[in-house]
Design a protein around this ligand. Structure first.
Ligand code: ADP
Length: 502
């Protein structure tokens, strides 16, 4: 058996490739950034060929770094930026328009028109998603409207659609494979969450022909082979998952109620919701987590728009700190929040508040308020907002995690992690290997190809290579103090709500 699994991690700003060994240990990684295009305000596009070229370069680079060749690679796993959409010609393989990136708002008008036709509720019931231009369907509608003749060509079956996983499969297999898996599919708004398949009513709502769509496969299984031209020998592709789903898998959140939080620019919280599609009353996203072996798992997903970005604002906007890491020492120095709360509603508030008019607020300031307290309030806000989402998990699903697994840049902040544990009243677990997204893709590929026999042997391998080195932050704060602080946060949020005027 070859020594490594190659994970391709195609992100929003860079393409990365990582090699993992059979103990799940990271052997080498390579990364290439690529161009972000902003053709009009609110639009974000990528060149699909550059996505592919940067990904291929990263894959070749990581092999040469490790002094390895294709013969050392057992299988490939792919994880990708989600929702980003590409349409190409089946015959030539050439994209007919740039990739429209998940953040891009260029199809907002299409969603607005559907809202006015009263479609929102039905679309949400079928897809589990709010009617928003984040998801792929309106992006496809935009492309077919924009490119002359494209609608007719799509109807004749001449065009293919893919999210970035599907695009990479297409390139890697030289056009032999047009496929995706259920997790990525569940972000398109064309997928029926209960029926676990493409939905004709959703296609009809966006006037999209079914002929565009890729075949649906399990997340862990046969996705064909990468052509020998790319890495020197044909290699099986055996695992695919969108980035957040891959992180949930890489964190080992296999059981219902297991949850992870990724602390980056924003926060992404996902909780494994078990084998039936969850319904959210709080406006969370219901999504497929994965199909792996006999396990078809759903997840609830909530995000915090501004998390690490608040720390960036302390640094770049206010000049209160020199670097993000310094926030930790200052927060400790403050000793307490001194009654100060920062509500970083810079772009409005998401779940459970859903207030686009909310704006940032700094409340509870007195003459004695110090720089350290303001810095501390920014870190605390990350934890409070994450608790807001965990409360939504609890009320939507009727269950909540008993430990929160963490990753992402800001999880290095021990003050923040301890405060998160305290404010949730739950342990927070930080694994030693923080490349959990790539690890998740590698795990899906490795489980499909007997690199790991089953989840237990995967877990055992990970434990052996340092899983025991996970850091656990136990909650210490008395419940009364926790709820008093959280109550203060909720009052501060009220001050920030409904502020902006058109
Ligand atoms: P992304 O993938 O969204 O770019 P990363 O996972 O790279 O984010 O994390 C970067 C974010 O984390 C930045 O917003 C930064 O301000 C924040 N961050 C990084 N290190 C720390 C730290 N030690 N304490 C607090 N925030 C941090």
């Amino acid at each position: 058996m070859a020594r490594y699994i190659l994970a391709l991690d195609q992100g929003t700003t860079s393409s990365r490739a990582i090699l993992f060994d059979s103990r799940g240990a990271l052997v080498a990684k390579a990364q290439h950034e690529f161009e972000q295009r902003f053709p009009e305000p609110g639009w974000v596009e990528h060149d699909p060929q550059e996505i592919w070229q940067s990904q291929l370069r990263a894959a070749r680079g990581v092999l040469s770094q490790a002094g390895a060749s294709a013969a050392d690679v057992h299988a490939i796993g792919i994880t990708n930026q989600r929702e980003t959409s590409i349409i190409w010609e089946r015959e030539s393989g050439a994209p007919i328009y740039p990739a429209i990136v998940w953040q891009s708002r260029q199809s907002a008008g299409i969603c607005e028109a559907l809202k006015q036709r009263g479609m929102e509720e039905e679309l949400r019931r079928r897809s589990g998603l709010p009617l928003d231009s984040y998801f792929s369907a309106s992006k496809l509608r935009f492309i077919l409207d924009r490119v002359p003749g494209a609608q007719q060509r799509a109807e004749r079956g001449e065009l293919a659609f893919g999210t970035v996983d599907t695009w990479l499969l297409h390139k890697l297999s030289k056009g032999a494979v047009h496929a995706t898996e259920h997790g990525n599919a569940s972000r398109t708004m064309l997928y029926n969450l209960q029926q676990r398949g493409w939905d004709d009513a959703l296609l009809a709502a966006f006037n999209l022909p079914r002929a565009l769509l890729p075949e649906l496969r399990p997340s862990s299984g046969d996705f064909g082979a990468a052509d020998a031209e790319w890495l020197g020998a044909a290699l099986p592709i055996a695992g695919v998952a969108g980035d957040q789903q891959a992180a949930l898998f890489g964190q080992g959140c296999f059981a219902r109620g297991d949850a992870k939080n990724t602390y980056g620019t924003g926060c992404f919280l996902l909780m494994n919701a078990g084998d039936s599609a969850p319904r959210s009353q709080s406006g969370l996203i219901s999504t497929v987590a994965w199909q792996q072996g006999g396990d078809f798992a759903y997840a609830l997903e909530g995000s915090v728009f501004v998390a690490g970005a608040a720390v960036q604002w302390l640094r770049d906007g206010l000049g209160l700190i020199e670097n993000a890491a310094q926030s930790e020492a200052l927060a400790r120095e403050a000793g307490g929040n001194g009654g100060v709360y920062l509500v970083p509603a810079f772009v409005g508030l998401g779940a459970p508040h859903w207030d686009a008019r909310a704006r940032g607020a700094l409340v509870g300031i007195t003459r004695g308020t110090s720089r350290a307290q303001v810095v501390r309030a920014a870190l605390e806000a990350i934890a409070y907002q994450s608790r807001d989402v965990v409360e939504c998990f609890r009320s939507d699903a009727g269950f909540a995690p008993d430990v929160l697994r963490v990753d992402g840049g800001a999880c290095h902040n021990d003050f923040l992690m301890q405060f998160q544990a305290d404010i949730l009243g739950l342990p927070v677990r930080r694994p030693p290997e923080l490349e959990v997204t790539a690890l998740g893709a590698a795990a899906l590929a490795g489980l499909a190809t007997d690199f790991w026999k089953n989840r237990e042997s995967l877990r055992a391998a990970l434990a052996e290579s340092g899983g025991a080195g996970a850091k656990i932050f136990e909650p210490h704060m008395p419940a009364a103090q926790r709820e008093e602080l959280y109550g203060g946060w909720q009052r501060a949020v009220l001050r920030a709500k409904d502020w902006a005027r058109d």
